[in-house]
Every structure is written in C-alpha cells, then in structure tokens.
Write a protein that binds this ligand. Structure first.
Ligand code: DAH
Length: 340
C-alpha cells in the first residue's frame, strides 16, 4: 500500500513538471505503456496477501483512474497554452492595408471595336460574326472577282496548304454569309473581325488587322442612306468638327464605289509620314452593293438594293489618339498599351 502511495506521488509530480507534448507523451508511456508502472502495480494484486487484496485492488484502481484524469487535464491545458502561444507569435494584423493588385485592361483595339459597335448599335445595326478562315469562292468570286480578276491584286493573300482555303483578306465575305442566312428579309448589320494580308509591314500596314464591315439591304436603300450613316458615325466618333471627304473609287463588289477620308490628326492636314504627305487618311471604302453580289446573296437586284462599307479599326484608333505607327498595336509593348 505504501508503494502505491509513493507511486502516485511520484507520477503526479512528474506529470506536473512535464511542460510540453513530448514530455507528456514520455510520461504516458512510462506509467501507462505496455511495461508501464501502473499496469505493473495493478498486476501485483496477486502477490498481495488475500486479506489485503481487495483494499489493494481498490486503491490501485483509484490511483489509475485519478492519474488518467490528471493526464487528460494536463494534456488539455498543454494544448491550450500551445495554441495561445502560436496565436501570439503568428499574430495576423488584419488592419494592415493589402498589397495593390495590378489592374488589367482591355486592349486598345478591343476598346475601340466596342466604341464603334456601340455607335452602330444605336443606329440599329446588329453584330454578325463571320469566319476568319474563308474559301476563295466567298472571299473573292462571290464578291464579283472571278479567278484572275485584276482587282484581286488589291488583296495579297495568305493561302493555306488546302487548295482554295485562305485567311480572309477583308470582312466583306461576311456579306455573303449574312445575306444567304437572312434573304429575303431586310438586313442592317456590322461584321467586325480580324483580317490578314500577305504584305510588307510598314508604319501604315500590318499583316493582321481588324475591320468593321457594314451592310444594309432593303427595298429603297440609297446612296443618301450610306452618306448619312457614315457621316453620323464619323461625327459620333470624332466630334462634329472633324473633316470628312468622300471620293469616287472602285471596288468590284460595289457600284458605285466611294472612299471616305478624314483629315490627319498627327499633322492636322499639313502632311506627315503617316498620311504620306497628303494630309488625309482613308478611313473606309464603301458603295452600293453590286447587283451581282446581291444576287449571290440570294436577293433580287431589281427589287432590293443595299449599301456596304468597310473600315480598318486600327486606322481609326490611330486617328483617335494620333498614333503614327500601326506596328504598336500587336507589338505587345506595355508602355504603349498602358496608355489606353
Ligand atoms: N473590303 C474592302 C477592303 O478590305 C473594304 C470595303 C470597300 C468594304 C467597299 C466594303 C465596301 O463593304 O463596300 O479593302
């Protein structure tokens, strides 16, 4: 019995002096492990004289239960102090201002494409998306340019290794797609998108660039509607005092054809490298849809007429911001892009 009392005293003293997890674990295996002191003491009951056996057993059990409880309490307390310590040392200051996130933005080409789209949307034009990979038929033939037509020289073309399949040189083939889908209903759409040309890259021309094509087809669509639409567009985008010039021109898919120029913003009309000294920049080609093209789209040219136009979006941006080199657009230089 006195051994038991001594064991309890010693175990409690050691438990109270073990201050961390490792110490506690060591204590547990010393007293409660396979060869621990407590199981050994309990086992000793068989060696005790029968008269004292019962009392011994009870006392051993009491000590065992008490120590388990003390151990669990100690363990609980230990993990609490541990947590408190960690909270103190890894303290998180939630009032600290966050690190600024670098702000992204839309590419200037996307921004301007959206501005142009919004203006035409106000005038009732819907957006029609058309493919970038075309066939010769739609890019040229159905637009009134049979094979070997000299006008094809205006569009140096990227051909694919599949015969007759090419990267569209302009958005005009979209006219055929939208007409065939909508005929004989009236049409008022714009066709925005990327175009590709196998050309020398200069300050004025890139091998890829965006165009916005416009097409209106109906029963009394006239040149006046075209002029009104273009003028309204130019004034919305560039302001009421912008100078616009309309010239006679030629495109195989329009008759008559016109070209629309605006005064050069870089040199204010004096002449510079951007406008090749002319003071003017061409912003779009346009005209009345050629009867052959109307017919190719499924419309009867004796009943229907239409106007069409096509402009280069990057040219428009250059005018808006006075950019003197088209190569900046796809050069991926943040010093340029961050300005917009
Ligand atoms: N497709 C022409 C080009 O890329 C631009 C153009 C001119 C489009 C006249 C038209 C148009 O719709 O009527 O140069």
């Amino acid at each position: 019995m006195s051994d038991l009392a001594e064991l309890e005293k010693q175990a409690l003293a050691e438990l109270n002096s073990s201050s961390d997890e490792t110490g506690l674990r060591a204590w547990h295996s010393k007293y409660f492990g396979k060869h621990g002191a407590i199981p050994a003491a309990v086992k000793k009951v068989s060696e005790v004289p029968p008269a004292e056996r019962r009392a011994y057993g009870q006392e051993a059990n009491r000590i065992k239960e008490g120590l388990i409880k003390a151990y669990e309490e100690r363990q609980q307390k230990q993990s609490e102090t541990q947590l408190a310590r960690e909270l103190q040392s890894d303290a998180l200051d939630v009032t600290l201002p966050g690190r600024p996130i670098r702000r992204g933005r839309l590419h200037v080409a996307t921004q301007d494409m959206r501005r142009i789209t919004a203006i035409f949307a106000d005038m009732g034009f819907q957006v029609y998306r058309s493919r970038e990979v075309e066939d010769d038929l739609t890019n040229f033939e159905l637009l009134n340019m049979p094979p070997h037509h000299p006008a094809r020289d205006m569009w140096d073309t990227f051909h694919t290794t599949t015969g007759g399949v090419l990267l569209r040189t302009h958005t005009s083939p979209g006219q055929i797609h939208v007409m065939r889908e909508c005929c004989p209903k009236p049409i008022r759409v714009i066709l925005p998108g990327m175009c590709f040309r196998y050309e020398a890259i200069t300050t004025r021309s890139e091998i890829m660039f965006q165009q916005v094509e416009g097409l209106a087809v109906g029963e009394n669509v006239s040149m006046t509607d075209l002029k009104g639409t273009i003028t309204a567009f130019a004034r919305r985008l560039f302001g009421n005092d912008r100078k616009v010039r309309i010239r006679s021109s030629y495109f195989p898919f329009t008759e008559p054809s016109i070209e629309v120029d605006m005064d050069c913003l870089v040199c204010a009309g004096k002449g510079c490298s951007l406008c090749k000294g002319t003071g003017w920049l061409e912003i779009m080609g346009a005209g009345m849809v050629h009867p052959v093209v109307l017919k190719n789209g499924g419309y009867d040219p004796s009943r229907f007429s239409g106007f069409a136009f096509g402009m280069g979006v990057q040219r428009i941006s250059m005018l808006l911001y006075g950019i003197d080199d088209i190569r900046y657009f796809w050069a991926n230089d943040l010093r340029f892009l961050n300005q917009f």
